[in-house]
Design a protein around this ligand. Sequence first.
Ligand SMILES: Nc1ccn([C@@H]2O[C@H](COP(=O)(O)OP(=O)(O)OP(=O)(O)O)[C@@H](O)[C@H]2O)c(=O)n1
Ligand SMILES: C[C@](O)(CO)[C@H](O)COP(=O)(O)O
Length: 232
Amino acid sequence: MTNDTNHYAIVVAGGSGTRMGTTIPKQFLSVNGLPILMHSLLAFYNSASKPQLILALHTDFHDYWKQLCSTHNFDIPHTLVSGGETRFHSVKAAFDIISDTNSIIAVHDAVRPLILSLLIDTAYQQAAESGNAIVAVKSRDSVRQLKGDTSVSLKRDEIYLVQTPQTFQYAQLKAAYLQAYNNAFTDDASVVESAGFKIHLVEGDHQNIKITFPEDIAIAELILKNRGAAGS
Ligand SMILES: Nc1ccn([C@@H]2O[C@H](COP(=O)(O)OP(=O)(O)OP(=O)(O)O)[C@@H](O)[C@H]2O)c(=O)n1
Ligand SMILES: C[C@](O)(CO)[C@H](O)COP(=O)(O)O
């Protein structure tokens, strides 16, 4: 990678949030007075890597998003694309508008609003060196794997729980997202691995939670409050 490598961030927000169970998809819910999705975009905007932002949103919510931006005076530059049927299809739709083959691209769940800008920068740096960088944390719990009607203990030091951002050199994502969709693709690392690339983990942050269930909103607010108190 050369010094003129450009950074992009694909923020995927095309889901419907069925497990959250709210009328409005969870990425629009408020955490500390700001929609979850805006926290995520701000983390990338405030990073030293200064990526160009691409936001994948279901077409039905484009006007709603524009209204929210106006309400919150949210004027961070970003390109809006239409999300797809699954996360895979949303990532693909966003990736398809990138033509810069010398770029490094981070893919991030809009619903991980607590991502730290410093970790984003580490991920871009590591992807520049290794081809990709997948943010993940070591399991803090003991882990067992079901095997038929019994279970076996696994070495927890060898178990990583995968988060986002997941960051890649352009060529890896290009090859990966040419593949047909497979429901074993639960994240970008699984898609890129299936295209034949070795996956590189970088140490993540246990506070980089994914907002999935209602209680996650309260947890996120508490973490932000503690961060604010620590910074004051
Ligand atoms: N068709 C889809 C499905 C998911 N996502 C995004 O992928 C991220 C992780 O997905 P998840 O937490 O599973 O979100 P939902 O699919 O919305 O949630 P649920 O599975 O509970 O319906 C979210 O930011 C979500 O908006 C997306 O961009 N397009
Ligand atoms: C991409 C991801 O957030 C990594 O942990 C996760 O795989 C998304 O899974 P979900 O089933 O869409 O919540």
